[in-house]
Design a protein around this ligand. Sequence first.
Ligand SMILES: N[C@@H](CCC[C@H](N)C(=O)O)C(=O)O
Length: 320
Amino acid sequence: MMIELIKCHGSGNDFLLIDEMDRDYGFTEESRADLAKSLCNRETELGADGILFILSSTKADARMRVFNSDGSEASMCGNGLRCAARYICEKLGVTEAIVETMKANLQVKKETDIFPGVPTYNVEISPVSFRLEDLPLKLDQEELIQQKIPSLSNDLVFTALAVPNPHLVAIVNNDQVESNMQKELSEKVNGPNEWFPDGVNVSFIKLLEKGKIYVRTFERGVGFTNACGTAMSSSSLVTCLIGENQFEEKISVYNNGGMVQCVVHKEGDRYTIDLIGNATYMYKATVDAISQKVTDKHNYSEQEAYHHLREHAQTVLDAK
Ligand SMILES: N[C@@H](CCC[C@H](N)C(=O)O)C(=O)O
């Protein structure tokens, strides 16, 4: 079977976007998982952190399903949703839309370019829950907000939240962010373990200055990625909870793939986050699902503008 796709990225978190709205590829659940494992493999020509399947929806303007590179399906993907948002809005000829995801219908809209020439979308990250049963995280308590899990680490102070995919975040110092600690911890909680039966995305946050943070994430089902949108949103929320940043104000979130902005909204005890950042197309191509031979490859010329954003982000990080 020949599959048409767009290779795209949000903050260097890269995806293969496959449109099933007009064309029925007849994928089964098993074939979606198999495709994610084979096409995302970095040893092959395509390689990516995941696949975004774009489908028709009866509840919204379109639907997005996201599969990690290990074949597992994720309930949400923030960087991927920006790419999906761009694809759906351009296809429908609109500047805003509602996208059905596994657990919520989410608002997406086109934004002013975050950096000259960089197509930018603003996507809603919601619902947010601190209930440990929503991750799930098996501890004998209801929530974990800025607390230690002594059986896991004596040093780190964690917050666990679902947005709605599961995140474990910790604010760390320079030595910790550069150590092997995050890898060891992430591998522990994403293998067979007593705390997270479904695994978890693990983020280390470095506070740069008011309104600026750096986030590095080990993603469930993938490993370290350049950036994780839901993790940057979760991390921004945590920095507001502890008073390091302000609700309703833009937070610049630097990552290994560039930079995004997050705005955390609080209404009573309900939180939502705007995740604003690039939705960059790298190339479109056709791939043979069996042989994985790639044909009709056409490069987009957007990477150069994105490269300038990335250089700028690196300058900010180098100064810290
Ligand atoms: N990179 C994504 C998150 C993808 C899903 C995640 N690995 C999971 O399994 O929850 C993002 O940008 O949010």
